[in-house]
Design a binder for this molecule. Sequence first.
Ligand code: 9MR
Length: 340
Amino acid sequence: MSSAAAESGLLFGTALCISDLLSQPRTRAILRDCSIVTPEYELKWDAVYRNPGCPDYSAADDLASFASNNNLAIHGHTLWWHEAVPPALPTSPENQFQEAALNHLRETVTRYSGQLHSWDVVNEPLESADGRADGLRETCFLAAFGPDYIEIAFRQASLLDPGAVLVLNEMGLEYDSPAAERKRRQMLALLEREKTKGTPIACLGIQSHLTALEQPRRHPEFRAFLREVRALGLSVMITEMDVSDHLCPRNRSMRDTIVADTYRAYLDLVLEEAKVLAVSTWGLSDDRTWLNSFRPRSDGARQRSLLLDRAIRKKPAWHAVRGALLNKDKQEPGPGKAPQ
Ligand code: 9MR
């Protein structure tokens, strides 16, 4: 898989946890398929500060050593995310939270400076249901720093690790709904605002948690969005791709076909329109998906949402993703496609 990606000038990878490396078949699959890995949990603020006042980077360090010993790039996930704030941390007074958030960012970026391919500097900044005109999610970062918090985080990260690709990562940009279209417009407005201020955002992370039978094959609004992102001079990373099969029939081979087809159609579209640096799935094998708890199937069957099955065997989805990666530069340019 990673060689197929490399042929098209991309990295391919997965999210992983330190415990994945206890399984030899899983480790072998990671080494066979990946050129980039994303710590699923170990770098998050609450993971590092499980014991208040006493940061513990040992699990993240172990993953970083595994990656560097095996020549894998690392995507750092994630510096400022409202869901990863240590629970014991007081979010007020604001200046105390500011200091803690900046300390965490500086300490983490400095520790791994020069070692990472990229950083999700800010994760999931938009939530239109929060009702702000700019679409920003009401988080403790927004409360403490105001709407400039994104600029502050990116400037700090850029100063401390100038070689890393700095990514603004978001969920739900790829969905097909009026709310998703609103989010795409708000994201473009945000990126334009930050560009005007000179905020060093290099790349948009599109999480890509897809749902089979819901994700459209043709998706003109999303296609147009990707073109606008490209026109702003930004690259794209597909950061957390998986396909929930909770709407699919139970029959395994039918499910596998529909899931594979969902991956293929989605990747064909994104690879055609965006300047994609890397494609990562959120786990590699079906025993490691978060979707069994987040989107359980009503018939009780386990999700088959990733590229390998529970026995770490390749599924049609694996071949579909590989096909899309290999096909990248063989596609007909879409109408109005931005020049390479
Ligand atoms: O898969 C991750 C799970 O193991 C963690 O408990 C959870 C909270 O830290 O985060 C999950 O990953 C999320 C990612 O960090 C951001 N996008 C949504 C992912 C799935 O919830």
